[in-house]
Design a protein around this ligand. Sequence first.
Ligand SMILES: [Fe+2]
Ligand SMILES: [Fe+2]
Length: 390
Amino acid sequence: MRRLKGRPVGPPEISGTGNLLQDSVTRESRRWLVREFSLFLNRTVKRPLISDFEVGQVVVAFALIRNLSTRIRKSGEEYLTLELQDRSGTIEARIWDVEEPMRELQPGDYVKVKGRLDEYRGALQLIVERIRKTTEADRQQGFDESNCVISTRYDIDSMWRQLGALVDREVTDRFMRPLLANILKRTEERFKYYPAAQEIHHGYRGGFLEHVLSVTENCVYFAGKYPEVEKDLLIAGGILHDIGKLEELTPAPAIEYTVAGRLVGHIILGRDLVRAEAGAIAGFPEEKLLLLEHMILSHQGDYDWGSPKRPKILEALILHYLDDLDAKANHLQGVLQSHRGSGPFTGYDRILGRVLYRRRHSSAPSEPPAADGASKASNSPSPPEKSGTG
Ligand SMILES: [Fe+2]
Ligand SMILES: [Fe+2]
């Protein structure tokens, strides 16, 4: 029998005199069989995913706490509001009867939760009956952290190749090329896997790359649309406008702000990073750097939106609108996807300031995977390749 650290692995040996049930199976063997069978059952139990939840169901599921806050009812009693997440999406949850251990829960905790699905203002909501942090033993029941991580629907390596090919194909400036190449090389691991935001848009693994590639492909298109545009500057702005987010946020699944993110913010962090990298390239023209800094400093468009500067050149104005467009389009798609209320309208969305309408038949991304590089027309933005995992 195979042994591990001196302990037997597998069923205890069965000795017998002929009658298997009465004589041969020792008590220990029977216990082993029962334990193995129940583990097998637990492993094969199909846990419902959040995207499958429906009003009226009682569910038991594993999830990640994405957000949590304590609120006070009119009666003065505390209750907890949570946002729970698994790989299929997120759901709002409420704990009305707060027991002592529940007060220790915090964002980033993996939990086993039992609750009833209700509908509130057109949105699905989980009313929690029981909740606790997961333990190692839960792995036998199918718990796995990777099942709680939301990822981009596109293939990350393919998007990365497309971004590199875009720089090779479109950027000719002898200072911008090494600047972009150096930054992409230095930040590759974070660039590929970080989210673009905590929750408003592209707030999932690979979201940063998805957002940057999308904005930059649109930059290529608009550089062709407006002949006055300095193409290399607009493309560099597209690739670098949010580069400070790689220092502002922590990676998925529990996306948090870093200390530098809270105290300085991605706009200034990004500008500092670009200045440092440009400073390492001999002879980098002063005005070229100044304009690139302006692209980063003004990309959020207005003071009210946290932008220290407003766009003062055409390239910066275009970048601002393309960034805003991509963020809002992604946010809208996310809200519609996670809407599982019974009516066609979502609940009120505070980011867009309105409810949204879900068509009965929405169109899925239909573009076939784009070939990297040369075969693509330079002014044709295309969606990144869809990931094999969906
Ligand atoms: Fe930004
Ligand atoms: Fe952005």
